[in-house]
Write a protein that binds this ligand. Sequence first.
Ligand SMILES: NC(=O)c1ccc[n+]([C@@H]2O[C@H](COP(=O)([O-])OP(=O)(O)OC[C@H]3O[C@@H](n4cnc5c(N)ncnc54)[C@H](OP(=O)(O)O)[C@@H]3O)[C@@H](O)[C@H]2O)c1
Length: 205
Amino acid sequence: MMGGKLGTIWARAGHEVVFSYARSDQKLKKLARAARGKARAGTPGEAGRDVDAVLLAVHWSRLEDVLRQAGDLSGKVLVTCSLPMNADDTDLVVAHTSSGAEELARTASGARVVAAFGTVPSEVLYGVFEARRKAKKPSLVYCGDDEDAKDVAATLIRDVGFDPVDAGPLRVARYTEPFTLLIARLAYEGKGGPELAYRFERFAK
Ligand SMILES: NC(=O)c1ccc[n+]([C@@H]2O[C@H](COP(=O)([O-])OP(=O)(O)OC[C@H]3O[C@@H](n4cnc5c(N)ncnc54)[C@H](OP(=O)(O)O)[C@@H]3O)[C@@H](O)[C@H]2O)c1
């Protein structure tokens, strides 16, 4: 849902995209064909080779496996939307004193991790992309410890149609990850449907 949709959007925005990691290669090939643009299917190793950024969009339980398949990601910009959820997606398994993004940075040692996109439901992504030329854009918070990696992430955020909001260092994911549970509640248990984004506004005196 997240990887397929974001990859499709980035391909349509002109990026070269490699879709990887699924139980069916056919599914990845179909995604790449439907994305049009410069998109192809590949292995996680191929998705991490000679690229400007890697998006991690797997269930928390798949983290070790996908990182093992991806190989060495040191020095790579690793954008994560993956949340540290338990098996039935009812609760965070890492919180308060750490975050999924920080655990990822420890596990994928040397990767330049940026947490982004995890705060919005996949259902809103195409709508935001379609509305990208409108003046009023939804916000998207992101955080990380490497400024150059954050610049790459901010470009990818803008390409989807969001206004990137730099929330600071990676440890701020301790706040953004639980915030997502609020967004999920409003999206999936509220009345208006899951096509939900958010926007921060400042009111000058
Ligand atoms: N969905 C959302 O709205 C949303 C919003 C914010 C954050 N997130 C976070 O984003 C992450 C991804 O969520 P998602 O909803 O995009 O997940 P998803 O649609 O299930 O995608 C996960 C990918 O992992 C692959 N996969 C799963 N098990 C595998 C295995 N054993 N071997 C190989 N590939 C395997 C899936 O392939 P298959 O086709 O084989 O299943 C799929 O390509 C999660 O950490 C979630 O918490 C999701």
